[in-house]
Ligand binder design. Structure first.
Ligand code: BGC
Ligand code: NOJ
Length: 813
């Protein structure tokens, strides 16, 4: 049988994915940076960098949608005689004798070899520093002396990534640079309102440079054959307007066996208003010099890299499982947690599918991401909750997004997504359970960032709940507003105008009867959490008030939200059913099955079991569960964007990986471990790594948002990798519901739900100031803890009470 083509493999020991062929079916990228300074880097060194905000502080330029794909990045050109090559193969695409890209935890190492020379580049952003390090190591493995010409290359973005792509009448006249020794400074707009500049430095003497793109590349050449590199001679160009770049030229002689390191630094600096210049028109370089001095030797860089690795060791030591199943362990211990950190940092702003100019931080997205991240760095999660809540309105409604730089609500998109408020409860409860820090509830937090409007965070939670119950429709179910979690179910949009955005257009909403069963389920789940929290802080009156609302919602779902074999999805503007057997298309949707089974609505009447069975029967396929079935085959005016997608893609019957875990959790709560596991394994990247190589196409080490569903032209094709709520939901599902280690107010609740075939496993869990080593003996059971022995003594129930120190726990199912 023909061997399937492979582009790479996991290296668990180094926590890396090793790409061995540069021509991956799609750029396979990684993220550098953990706070403030960030970079995206593909397996051929494509991508870009920015400070905090991919829109407003873009440092280097990138062209999405380019031909060919993924052009532009940090490129090193090695000219060895007549041969010009790049360690990452692109852009010259000179065939290499060896190529390897290792994506690790916040770093990437790309190595190429050609004609006896090896060029290996380690890319990373050091902790707490505003720069990307590119440590290039050149080695002469041949038996001759090598005279190499080395050219570096970065292209500056004129800061605002949106106007950089459109306002050329201005852009072509504003570009400014300065050159000082081996450092090229980019200072466009610094003369006026900007107090920041960037620089590109190398810790070696240079024999030339270029800063003007047309001079370097040549007007009719490309990155693949830049004129200056081909001629082997820099022109020392000084950019004035047009497109400023930074390129160093270094002549390198290497004896046989000799190795040399070069540290390149791409840095970002901010100055105080009154300290911007050191002389008229000359930028103040003091901070740049200081930053360079911190990283100007191999030893200093290696130390910074070791610190980054230790940082990740510590983060990944908080939750570690040993099941003996490498495919599961590597996702739980490494890649799933890593993806959670990345989504927490970026929300949905910057990836190879999100341009970094369209979206800021999502209100609902960030709350969900928090659940995947909170165990790693709780103080950052705390700050995030405050930031998010600060964009809420006094009536509990919310801005749908906010900009990370200003932390202000985004007016372009506005509010009116009626699921948003509930997610604040979801995030806050997860934070308190992880940390035991109830003081966050007393934090004074403004509405819409207006000074003077501050109320406690608890009050924000209260108005969130109230927002749902004050916006009920004719069936006493939540009004959907512009949309619920499904941004594409636009039941008040009614658009025939292709220039209108489905997201922001509400042509009619007066008198709407559009209600959401997804919000109903979400309200019951988060409402129960809210009630428990109120009891915990001694606010029994509020607990009782909200319990009533939760009970009423549960009744409304049972009465008006059940279709016989599954939960309805919604009622449209006119009050007609959506997601019912009575409908011609899209008879069943996943979101309401997920949330109503998680809420266990009607479990006693068999609703939960029937709903879960229907998911298996109608939604499940080879690659996971589709969002709805059958797919819409035509645009439906009163439904909006969902019906705009061709069959099987995105919200129209794609496998939206994000919501598969909802059903899996529903399965876990119902104790159906075999089913939970089989759904989970279908979308677990390492389990389907083979498929990724040619069918899914996107990075095999992370989940993607969407895999084309069974109705698609090409089922199984993956899209929209990295920035997806799938990361947090996969983590929440496996860590808390499958492996069953659940943080709770007073300790850790143990409640696994496993396939019958599961064997003994151990979870090492750091929880507040305690370290637990928890060994589970499933004994062929799918669910149900029989006995827990804590430090040698049996305990009552299944919550291990929190106490600092080291503890051994044995769990028998
Ligand atoms: C996509 C959604 C997304 C929304 C908002 C839609 O086109 O299908 O997945 O949430 O845009 O950006
Ligand atoms: C992606 C968005 O980021 C998220 O907020 C939304 O819930 C899903 N798409 C589904 O539409």
């Amino acid at each position: 049988m023909e061997q399937q083509k492979r582009y790479g493999h996991f290296d668990d020991q180094h926590r890396e994915y090793v790409i061995t062929d540069p021509q991956t079916p799609w750029p396979w990228i990684n993220y550098l940076g953990n706070e403030d300074f960030f970079s995206l880097i593909s397996n051929t060194a494509g991508g870009y960098s920015f400070y905090k905000d991919a829109k407003f502080r873009r440092i280097t330029r990138y062209r999405y949608n380019n031909v060919p794909m993924d052009n532009g990045g940090r490129y090193f050109y090695v000219k060895d005689g007549d041969t010009v090559w790049n360690p990452g193969w692109k852009p010259c695409k000179t065939p290499l004798d060896f190529y390897e890209c290792r994506h690790g935890m916040s770093y990437t190492r790309i190595t190429g070899r050609k004609n006896g020379v090896e060029a290996s580049v380690l890319f990373f952003v050091p902790l707490k520093k505003w720069c990307e390090v590119q440590k290039l190591t050149l080695t002469n493995n041949s038996s001759e002396t090598k005279q190499l010409k080395l050219f570096s290359f970065e292209e500056w973005c004129l800061w605002n990534a949106a106007t950089d792509m459109e306002n050329f009448q201005r852009n072509f006249s504003t570009g400014e640079v300065e050159i000082e020794g081996s450092t090229i400074y980019h200072k466009t707009e610094y003369r006026e309102r900007r107090n920041h500049y960037a620089f590109y430095h190398v810790n070696a003497e240079i024999q030339g440079f270029d800063t003007d793109r047309e001079t370097f590349v040549g007007l009719y050449n490309e990155f693949a054959d830049p004129q200056v590199v081909m001629e082997g001679k820099p022109r020392n160009s000084h950019a004035h307007g047009w497109s400023p770049i930074a390129s160093h030229y270094i002549e390198v002689t290497l004896q046989p066996g000799e190795q040399k390191d070069f540290v390149f630094l791409l840095g970002y600096i901010e100055n105080e208003q009154d300290e911007k210049f050191e002389a008229p028109q000359v930028i103040n370089k003091k901070k740049a010099h200081a930053l360079i001095a911190e990283l100007d030797t191999t030893a200093k860089v290696d130390k910074a890299f070791a610190e980054l690795c230790e940082y990740w060791d510590a983060l990944l030591n908080i939750y570690k499982v040993r099941t003996g199943n490498d495919k599961l362990d590597r996702m739980v211990n490494i890649w799933n947690q890593y993806q959670c950190m990345v989504t927490f940092n970026f929300s949905r702003s910057a990836s190879f599918f999100e341009s970094g100019v369209g979206r800021g931080m999502g209100f609902r997205d960030s709350n969900q991401d928090l659940v995947g991240f909170v165990h790693q760095i709780p103080p950052r999660a705390r700050q995030r909750i405050i930031d998010i809540a600060s964009t809420q309105f006094p009536d509990g409604g919310c801005y749908h997004q906010y900009q990370p730089l200003t932390k202000r609500g985004n007016n372009d998109i506005g509010g009116g997504f009626n699921d948003d408020p509930c997610w604040l409860i979801f995030g806050t409860v997860a934070y308190i359970k992880e940390t035991g820090d109830f003081s966050i509830l007393d934090e004074m937090v403004p509405f819409d960032n207006q000074p003077g409007s501050e109320v406690t965070l608890f009050e924000h939670l209260k108005v969130s709940m109230d927002h749902v119950i004050k916006n009920l429709g004719p069936h006493m179910l939540p009004l959907i507003g512009r949309a619920d979690w499904n941004d594409c179910l636009n039941l008040n949009c009614f658009s025939w105008d292709p220039n209108e955005s489905f997201q922001t257009t509400e042509n009619v909403s007066e008198g709407t009867k559009a209600e959401s069963l997804m919000i109903a389920g979400l309200f019951v789940v988060t409402g129960k959490d809210y009630v428990a929290l109120c009891k915990k802080i001694g606010n029994d009156a509020e607990a009782a008030r909200m319990q009533q609302a939760v009970d009423a919602m549960t009744d409304a779902v049972k009465k008006h939200g059940w279709d016989g074999e599954w939960y309805l999805r919604a009622y449209d503007f006119y009050g007609n059913k959506i997601g019912s057997n009575e409908c011609d298309e899209a008879k069943i949707f996943i979101e309401s099955q997920g949330w109503c089974t998680m809420a266990e609505i009607g479990a006693e009447d068999g609703m939960v079991a029937k709903s879960l069975d229907s998911c298996k029967k109608y939604l499940e396929c080879e690659h996971g569960m589709v969002l709805n079935n059958p797919a819409f085959t035509k645009y439906i005016y009163e439904y909006g964007e969902i019906s705009s997608y061709p069959e099987g893609y995105k919200e129209n019957a794609g496998i939206f990986c994000h919501n598969n875990p909802w059903v899996i959790i529903g399965e876990c709560l119902a104790g159906r471990g075999n089913d939970a596991w089989s759904h989970y394994a279908k979308i677990l990247p390492s389990y389907v790594e083979e498929k990724y190589q040619t069918l899914h196409k996107v990075e095999p080490y992370v989940n993607c948002q969407m895999v084309a569903g069974k109705d698609a032209f090409k089922p199984g094709e993956g899209k929209n990798s990295w920035l997806t709520g799938t990361a947090a939901w996969m983590w929440y599902t496996v860590s808390e519901f499958i492996l069953g280690i659940k943080p709770d107010y007073d300790g850790i609740r143990i409640d696994p739900c496993l396939p019958e075939t599961a064997t003994d496993y151990t979870v090492q869990r750091r929880f507040r100031d305690a370290d637990y080593e928890i060994t589970i003996h499933p004994n062929g059971q799918q669910k149900g803890v029989k006995q827990i022995v804590l430090d040698g003594s049996p305990i009552e129930g299944n919550v291990i009470p929190y106490s600092a120190g080291k503890h051994m726990v044995e769990v028998t199912m």
